[in-house]
Design a protein around this ligand. Structure first.
Ligand code: FE2
Length: 242
């Protein structure tokens, strides 16, 4: 009953060669949560595979525009983030739910556990979602997130990033990754970014500034394509709060 999608094939396997290891000591959180025993593959139940998931009717227009979810404009540098979700064979994956979450321009999450001494923005929640179109393209309008400290080690700062989640056709098929911004000076110091085994593979998580995506007098534009499986696969990770 497992749907024949790139999601299904990938989510059945624990880690691919491009994914970061579950246990990466420099990333302190992994020391506690990484499995100590070999993983056991649980067969997906029928209800997991056939249960309701998000669809077109659950999405609002403002879900994909994080700058229009409140009464006023959020502070920060307005950006457009877009790209295509592709299978390992390069074919577009249509109708896939893409969700993002991020810190505000000051580097603070709209979340109770974030105690960073930076201002919250009443006009920015930092969560968005949309479906890929027939070309596999997703598109968000948001603001450039700020870097933030995270106490992994002395003076630890996360590079600017946006978290991505993709759903396949059922809940067990969820994949999570992060998108970074080109030229971030914090890359050499970030154990999450550097936990990806191959530097060239890690570069797949860095978006590309693209002048053609910008809107004059309004917003900069960044491209981030996501490839599920195969030699060009985008690294994915276990969901976490960092
Ligand atoms: Fe984060």
């Amino acid at each position: 009953m497992q749907p024949e999608t790139a999601f299904a094939r990938i989510s059945e396997t624990a880690l691919t060669a491009t994914d970061p290891p579950n246990d990466y000591p420099d990333y302190v959180g992994t020391r506690l949560r990484a499995p100590k025993d070999p993983l056991v593959l649980l067969p997906a139940s029928l209800s997991e595979l056939t249960g309701p998931v998000y669809g077109n009717d659950a999405l609002r227009e403002t879900d994909a525009d994080l700058t229009r979810q409140h009464a006023g404009d959020p502070l920060g540098e307005r950006i457009i983030v877009t790209g295509r979700v592709l299978g390992s064979d390069g074919r577009p994956l249509r109708g896939q739910l893409v969700e993002i979450w991020q810190a505000n321009a000051a580097g603070r999450y709209h979340h109770s556990v974030d105690t960073h001494d930076a201002p919250l923005d009443p006009n920015f929640t930092g969560g968005g979602r949309c479906l890929t179109d027939d070309d596999g393209t997703y598109r968000f309008v948001t603001v450039l997130p700020g870097a933030y400290p995270w106490q992994n080690h002395p003076n630890a700062w996360r590079p600017k990033h946006i978290h991505f989640s993709l759903f396949g056709r059922a809940f067990p098929e969820r994949l999570v990754t992060q998108m970074y911004f080109p030229g971030d000076p914090l890359f050499p110091f970030d154990p999450i970014f550097n936990s990806i085994p191959d530097e060239r593979v890690g570069d797949r998580l860095v978006s590309t500034f693209e002048l053609g995506l910008t809107q004059p007098e309004w917003a900069l534009g960044f491209r981030f394509d996501i490839v599920l499986g195969g030699r060009e696969a985008t690294p994915t990770e276990e969901p976490h709060d960092d």
